[in-house]
Design a protein around this ligand. Structure first.
Ligand code: PAF
Length: 282
């Protein structure tokens, strides 16, 4: 039976009850519109923790002006039935006013890590993510929290926040889940028209090409980036945001590929912004 908790005191009390029973707690933070990627996080949490709680909260702070906050898909009944099927123990689904009774005066700054890659075209986005994730970690003091590798920059930012601000929680990254044609699962894939959907495989194809180049001996990062840019720019309807080879922890740009790197792309299709990445070892 999955408990639905909607207030901060109820969530904290739920955690205390599980602790009193000697259970470890796994947290899966989400914004709903769940897909197989989220469910893989839940399954991993179930393997490693005594109790699993998922949060479903669309965080207004991480959407910029003109972004898709208003039209972000909302179907809590569907999300809840998927989570019930995965035997999640509790779902934290607060109203916006429960989390932000008034605009926060203090927030968590993601620093340089939040300004590169997606942060360059989504200013403030990662500060919104770190602020809500810090709040969730306080409201639900879990042992482990689970995030998808698909959002590699988010993962790097959250790991850094946990390390730098001494949050007593372990962050676990789970592999990207893909459609059969390679497109990374994302709640935003639902926005794509049929034509955009079939062209959107260019992100995965460009990453695969980058991996092939690196694994067959290319060490020049700008060369790999140029190939990815060329491929993406030739896909119909694709507007390239970035195609980069960066340090997987600091997200800093590289010239030479002499260790495991993060290869990351962001592409706009109409009104839909898609991201994807791969960790590649030379
Ligand atoms: O990855 C997401 O769905 C969101 O950024 C998160 C981590 C739930 C914070 O709102």
């Amino acid at each position: 039976m999955t408990a639905v908790v909607r207030t901060i005191p109820a969530a904290t009390e739920w955690v205390q009850r599980q602790r009193a029973e000697g259970k470890s707690i796994g947290l899966v933070p989400t914004m709903g519109a769940l897909h197989e990627g989220h469910l893989s996080l839940v399954r991993r949490a179930r393997q490693t923790c005594g109790r699993v709680i998922a949060s479903v909260f669309i965080n207004p702070l991480q959407f910029g002006p003109g972004e898709d906050y208003q039209r972000y898909p909302r179907d809590f009944d569907r999300d809840l039935s998927l989570l019930e099927r995965e035997q999640v123990d509790a779902v934290f689904h607060p109203e916006t006013a429960e989390i932000y009774p008034s605009p926060p005066l203090i927030s968590v700054c993601a620093g340089n890590l939040g300004e590169t890659l997606c942060g360059a075209s989504r200013p403030g986005h990662f500060n919104g993510v770190t602020t809500v994730v810090a709040k969730l970690f306080h409201i639900i003091p879990a042992d482990r929290a689970f995030f998808g590798q698909k959002d590699a920059q988010q993962l790097a930012v959250i790991r850094s926040m946990v390390r730098d601000l001494n949050f007593p929680i372990t962050i676990e990254a789970c592999p990207t889940v893909r459609e059969p044609d390679g497109l990374a699962m994302s709640s935003r894939n639902a926005y794509l028209s049929p034509g955009e959907r079939s062209n959107a495989t260019i992100l995965y194809r460009a990453l695969q090409r980058a991996r092939e180049m690196i694994q067959s001996g290319t060490r020049d990062a700008p060369n790999v980036e140029a190939k990815m840019r060329e491929m993406i720019q030739s896909a119909p309807g694709a507007e390239l945001d970035y195609a980069r080879v960066v340090d997987r922890d600091t997200l800093a740009g590289l010239r030479e590929i002499d260790k495991e790197v993060l290869v990351a792309v962001a592409v706009q299709f109409g009104k839909t912004r898609l991201i994807d990445n791969m960790i590649v070892a030379p």
